[in-house]
Design a protein. Sequence first.
Length: 332
Amino acid sequence: MSTLLVTGGAGFIGSNFVHLLVERTEHRVVVLDKLTYAGSYASLADLPPDRVCFVRGDICDASLVNDLVAVADAIVHFAAESHNDNSLANPRPFVETNIVGTYTLLEAARKHGTRFHHVSTDEVYGDLELDDPERFTETTPYHPSSPYSSTKAGSDLLVRAWVRSFGLRATISNCSNNYGPYQHVEKFIPRQITNVIDGVRPRLYGRGLNVRDWIHTEDHSAAVLTILERGAVGETYLIGADGERSNRDVVRTILEIMGEPADAYEHVADRPGHDLRYAIDSTKLRTELGWAPQYPDFRAGLEATVRWYRDNEPWWRPQKAAAEAKYARTGH
Ligand code: NAD
Ligand code: TDX
């Protein structure tokens, strides 16, 4: 049994990962989370206090980070500013948290010789044409588009430099778009589900033809645990579940599941610089580490996610008005 420091553990994917650690391992977990607008203590509230300890704080706080890393056997780093639209409106917190915060953690990990896993995104590779037969692999050159993805790319490069220059025992994963419970309502799928619950028509940016490669968040969490346990130090692993769908298809499926006409959505202004398509080739993770997704049926996963948002309105309701007010300011 060991102690894992999980940054961003009150966010969407981080909290799912902490639930998975409690269910599948014996590890003790220390969550470090700033509880920004995106973090929610309620996502961890049902977990046993003898296994999970919560610390509210900033990953840019070098003294706090040093104290927590000193007693951790490994760090799993999820904390980030994570929403592209926010990064277009105000990039500064993205530079601070994603770059300076990651640097702060890396320096503490270097000092204490701590194993480090860095959670990143497929968006660092830029986008693909709709008909491109290639998908992203671990050797695809970096070509990020937005302030969000460029700061994530910067954080990945810092991790690589700390591995090569200082011998840090680190791994990196780059995953495609996640969906599932506890996702903030600013993001595409929960925004549309909660809009339909509120009697508001879903909003598609532009023509809705952009493609995302969807993976259930529990499959992402299991992949991160696999890499932490069996990944080779210094290596990058792409995580994806062959879930490519256009945004229009996703909205139509949500509407069908929720008993509405499949065309009951609106087109709104496109996102500036909107990436066209992401697609992941996860062969390395599957063949070298034996990981495979357990939720390959996207529609079934979406049905379960719709049920979760219907059943957990007290969790998401406090976020909804502020998220929609932000969208109203940009015509989205
Ligand atoms: P999220 O926005 O839901 O959660 C981020 C969490 O980090 C929040 O709890 C927030 O309070 C915390 N946080 C933010 N700034 C902090 C700071 N300075 N110090 C401490 N805590 C801070 O994000 P998410 O969707 O769960 O994403 C988690 C990670 O996974 C991110 O690194 C993101 O880049 C990566 N990722 C996300 C997706 C996706 O589809 N959501 C896909 C691939 C990779
Ligand atoms: O109302 C909407 N209408 C719409 O058409 C919203 C919120 C989004 N969209 C589109 C934009 C994207 O093409 O849906 C797609 C998904 O949008 P987001 O949920 O904002 O995700 P994306 O920008 O693809 O980034 C996500 O996946 C990669 C996460 O937010 C990132 O943290 C992760 O790195």
